[in-house]
Design a protein around this ligand. Structure first.
Ligand SMILES: Cc1ncc(COP(=O)(O)O)c(C=O)c1O
Length: 405
């Protein structure tokens, strides 16, 4: 019998749990993995660790049977932590320019770990090459290609890579060939304006059809640019193992490019709130957090202990957490999510101590607010798993214990 995931279901599960708490519903996570796998139609998925930020959940995704290309990491610290915890084949998707951290990564690579660093400027290549020379190891690197599309008066995309033209990529590749301690392994192009931009969000109103139109026009431009760069690099003698594209929101279009070897997905596993609003797919709310009602300032108004949880990016209403369960809950416009307390309006007759469930707007950021997540399966808590943040805290505690006690 299908479980009804209503307020009663989660309230009973967390009856004896101290709030605030975060959880991952493993049954829904499995459903999302299956659906992402179907959407990818056999193209391998690179799991975006920054959109999960919990090692145990990442391992569950990697061991789920999903066809996986590896993991995409966010910073040097996360990459080393993941590598030292047995996660293989890491693509560090953002440039690291600090020599100390490049050196730490080089030492990990020297142990035989497959870690690929990201570059888009000659300075990135030079720094990595210098450190590679010092450490005595050749460091695998990947070119980040700008996938922005431009329409009259619209910069449709994100400001990240400087590599926009074929000539720029050719020049950088020439430089890489002249550096003995770096080796080009692949290219990455993140079409953020397709993958990360909701096109069915009620907050956008009449902009939704325009966004969809610009997205569909961008798909071809992005594919043509990627293909031209791959062909140019091939003609110059590059052997590309990795051709990485997209994100959760662009799986359908990124997989259409035959030369793409893998598509990134992260947010779709938890399916944070912003990913509810894409016209071509729907995943399940596998992660959420609970706050506790501690005050009743007037009938129908309840104040929860805990606040913040605002998502990154341009500040807007859609960056606040969304009330999830019970259904009859609204945040209060004039207060939103408070610094330490969050008032809500509700017709549900909450008692002091009752939980209220919310969803974060972004997936991985949820885990930055908690040291652990509760793993829920079939109506009960089956385990607790440290988040990246939790493991960082443990590391500091161990350091203090080992050095100062
Ligand atoms: C380089 C890169 N690839 C892919 C993604 C997509 O990740 P997600 O599936 O979590 O949207 C992101 C997200 O920011 C990214 O920065």
């Amino acid at each position: 019998m299908e479980i009804k995931r209503d307020y009663k279901y989660y309230k009973e599960i967390f009856e004896n749990t101290t709030a605030p708490f975060a959880y991952v519903d493993l049954d829904l996570l499995r459903k999302n993995i299956t659906d992402i796998s179907k959407r990818a139609e056999g193209k391998p998925i690179r799991v975006a660790s920054k959109s999960v930020r919990c090692l145990s959940v990442i391992q569950k995704i990697l061991n789920s049977g999903l066809k996986v290309a590896g993991v995409m990491s966010y910073c040097a610290q996360d990459t080393i932590y993941l590598s030292q915890n047995g996660v293989e084949n890491l693509l560090l998707a953002y440039p690291v320019v600090d020599e100390f951290y490049i050196h730490q990564l080089a030492l990990e690579i020297k142990k035989g770990k497959k870690i690929v660093l990201m570059v888009d400027l000659p300075e990135h290549v030079e720094r990595i090459n210098e450190v590679g020379k010092l450490a005595g190891v050749q460091i695998p690197i990947c070119l980040d290609i700008d996938m922005t599309t431009r329409f009259p008066g619209i910069y449709f995309g994100v400001y990240r890579s400087s590599l926009k033209l074929i000539e720029e990529a050719r020049k950088l590749y020439q430089k890489i060939k002249n550096c003995d301690y770096v080796e080009l392994k692949g290219i990455m192009g993140y079409e953020a304006q397709i993958a990360g931009l909701a096109d069915n969000d009620p907050i956008n109103g009449l902009k939704n059809p325009v966004i969809r139109l610009l997205k569909s026009k961008s798909v071809k431009i992005v594919a043509d640019r990627r293909t031209a760069i791959i062909n140019m690099l091939g003609n110059e003698g590059a052997e590309l193992e990795i051709i990485n594209a997209g994100g959760t929101g662009s799986i359908e279009t990124s997989i259409q490019e035959p030369l793409v070897t893998e598509v990134t997905a992260g947010s779709g596993f938890f399916n944070s709130k912003l990913f509810d609003y894409y016209h071509n797919f729907q995943h399940e709310p596998a992660a959420a957090f609970g706050l506790e009602v501690v005050r009743i300032p007037q009938p129908g108004v309840y104040t929860c202990y805990g606040g913040g949880f605002i998502a990154s990016g341009p500040v807007g209403k859609n960056k606040q957490p969304s009330p999830y369960l019970p259904q009859q809950v609204k945040t209060i416009e004039s207060e939103g999510f408070g610094e330490v307390q969050t008032p809500i309006l509700s017709t549900y007759p909450f008692q002091i101590g009752d939980p209220v469930f919310f969803r974060h707007a972004k997936a991985g950021e949820l885990c930055e607010h908690f040291d652990k997540v509760y793993l829920v399966e079939n109506g009960e808590i089956v385990a607790q798993a440290p988040t990246f943040r939790g493991d960082r805290v443990l590391e500091i505690l161990n350091f203090v214990k080992n050095n100062f006690q």
